[in-house]
Design a protein around this ligand. Structure first.
Ligand code: FES
Length: 134
């Protein structure tokens, strides 16, 4: 079902955990299966210097979270906003069609964490207790 790259990312995920005092935090859920993903970002001068994730979900969700966090570290927030689920799937060399929806969590959690970062800068932080289902 999964290619070797996805299996490796699932078996040895990178950036698992939570950044304390993160500059941006986003939690989203998948409306189809109910799985949840939280991404925290450390951002210095609009550059993402660290990213971590916690995913309560399937192998595809864990593999895409790990890959997405690796992709955005070193990017500006503007660049990270352009990391779509399709780009994460491409980086993983594909997912089974029925698992594509799982990759949407990573894109949306990063976007929400950046929204939180920007909100904090403008004194309008997002409500972290609210999980957006996508
Ligand atoms: Fe829920 Fe994959 S089945 S995220």
């Amino acid at each position: 079902m999964y290619n070797q790259k996805v299996l490796d990312a699932f078996a040895n995920p990178k950036n698992v955990g939570v950044i304390e005092n993160a500059d941006g935090e986003g939690t989203v859920g998948n409306a189809t299966c109910g799985d949840i993903m939280k991404i925290t970002l450390k951002i210095v001068d609009d550059v993402i210097v660290d990213a971590k994730f916690q995913t309560f979900g399937c192998a595809a969700a864990i593999a895409t979270s790990s890959t997405a966090t690796q992709m955005v570290i070193g990017m500006t927030v503007e660049e990270a906003l352009k990391v779509t689920n399709a780009k994460v799937v491409e980086e993983l060399e594909g997912l089974p069609p029925q698992k594509i929806h799982c990759s949407v969590l990573a894109e949306e959690a990063i976007k929400k964490a950046i929204e939180d970062y920007r909100g904090k800068k403008n004194n309008t932080p997002v409500d972290k207790s609210k999980v957006d289902f996508v």
